[in-house]
Design a binder for this molecule. Sequence first.
Ligand code: HH2
Length: 275
Amino acid sequence: MGVINVTPDSFYDGGFYLDPARAVERGLTLAAEGADILDIGGESTRPGSDPVPVEIEKKRVLPVIAALREQTSALISIDTTKAEVAEAAIAAGAAIVNDISAGRFDSRMLPLVAGSGAGLVLMHMLGTPKTMQVNPHYEDVVVEVKAFLGQRIEQALSFGIRQENLIIDPGIGFGKTLEHNLCLLHHLDSFRELGRPVLVGISRKSFLGKILNLEAPDRLEGTIAAAVLAVQRGASVLRVHDVQAVKRAVTVAEAILSQESEFCPPKGTQEPYVH
Ligand code: HH2
């Protein structure tokens, strides 16, 4: 999933693609690099950010979605928490709603998605973007995030959204300390028990900056390391700004992970390694 933020203030690509023509060009580039999904957002959700009025959000994303729909076969997802934006985006050609509030911020979101037949990403967040990084606390972050996502799956199903249309996301960086983010990634495979594909958004996020002491423009290698390990732990969708670099790294990782042949017995059957 390639990220295109049509915003002035996103933490990494803010201002790069506010011009619709640039956003479309970026989308086409990411599709050519191998993105299966293009995630278009018109509101930054970085820590401390304020919501954007619905009309502004629509004005930012709709022309970009409509143009990309014409020019690429990649699926388009709309990154929004507002049903009105999602509805207009679906009408313009979006096939997936990526809702970082998992349908909690707008009571019309789940009925809308159910009626449209669109796919839905359900993400975990503690509080709102404005407050989420103010002293986040969990007794057991994996258990609690998993329980939340399980409840949101049930809620989505109760509105008639089809199980096969749901994707889940632990919400890296959304109300989590460095340790919470690392623990969620370490245990990412346990989210597969919820029976839905797992999406992760690790791209250039501040947890990488905390480990490396680097700003967002210098976090590509960190993103790749996290992406490869997320795939090894069963992630199905990686939400990234840098499709080509991550795709190349993941392709190599998958080739190694899928190795099993007469020359390469299944793991666990090899002779013990003697130094
Ligand atoms: N992260 C961001 C935005 N949307 N959606 C999902 N499902 N998962 C994520 O981890 C996720 C997301 C934040 O990244 P970005 O869009 O690059 O920044 P900003 O919110 O500042 O626009």
